[in-house]
Design a protein around this ligand. Structure first.
Ligand SMILES: [Zn+2]
Ligand SMILES: [Zn+2]
Length: 229
């Protein structure tokens, strides 16, 4: 099975934050995709410094979906950078309340983890007001990036993916690279499992050379396409 390689002209810089991944897109105006659990802001701010950036250079924070492992540090980062938060309109209220979109198990491992994760109450200290709420493809030209954020429902109803003209895709939890680590799998939690498969077909259809995931990864297009067979 072919291994993924970052394409020439890669704009995506992975930032590991605990068990999850955040990503920096290096356009003329830098864009962050996801930001990890609460407490991840210092790691992300250090990554900006390593890239020669100041906190206030950050132009946008894209949240792929309203699970705390992906937006838990958004409020802290907005405080540190002043960057606006973008999320799908369907997930915006969860962020505004510090709550999480449902995590509905779609695999045995999901059921097992669900016993531990449960449904936690909103955490008001994590609440963040999304400035940009989208429900359709959103171009990133204003950030000097030839790319588009697209709705890819399935894991949650308002999940988003980022597709770049460089051949890079950031798919959030639409594809999971854990349980086990090292290979991709369909999301272990899915609000709509059939929609998740359709969304995976959508991103495969853009022929990405590399697919970055919210946990583990990255993967080649062929590796992810094999999930649908
Ligand atoms: Zn998730
Ligand atoms: Zn996740």
């Amino acid at each position: 099975m072919n291994e993924p390689t970052s394409p020439a002209g890669s704009l995506v810089c992975p930032i590991p934050v605990g068990h999850a991944n955040a990503y920096l897109i290096r356009g003329t105006r830098p864009v962050l995709v996801d930001c990890g659990l609460p407490g991840s802001a210092p790691k992300i701010l250090s990554a900006l410094t390593r890239e020669g950036l100041k906190p206030w250079d950050l132009a946008l924070i894209i949240i792929t979906h309203a699970h705390v492992g992906h937006y838990g540090s958004a409020a802290a980062l907005v405080g540190a950078t002043g960057a606006p938060v973008l999320v799908h309109a369907r997930e915006a209220d969860y962020l505004a309340k510090g709550a999480s979109a449902p995590a509905l198990p779609d695999a045995l491992i999901g059921h097992m983890l669900g016993l531990f994760i449960g449904r936690h109450a909103p955490q008001p200290e994590l609440a963040v007001q999304p400035v940009i709420r989208i429900d359709a493809p959103y171009r990133l030209d204003a950030f000097g990036v030839n790319g588009t954020i697209i709705p890819t429902p399935g894991h949650t109803n308002g999940s988003l993916s980022v597709i770049l003209a460089t051949g890079e895709c950031i798919a959030g939890d639409l594809v999971m690279g854990m349980f086990p680590a090292g290979r991709p799998r369909l999301p272990i939690f899915a609000e709509d499992p059939e929609a998740a498969k359709k969304s995976i077909r959508t991103i495969i259809g853009t022929k990405p050379e590399i697919i970055h995931t919210g946990h583990g990864g990255p993967f080649s297009c062929g590796q992810v396409e094999a999930l649908l067979t």
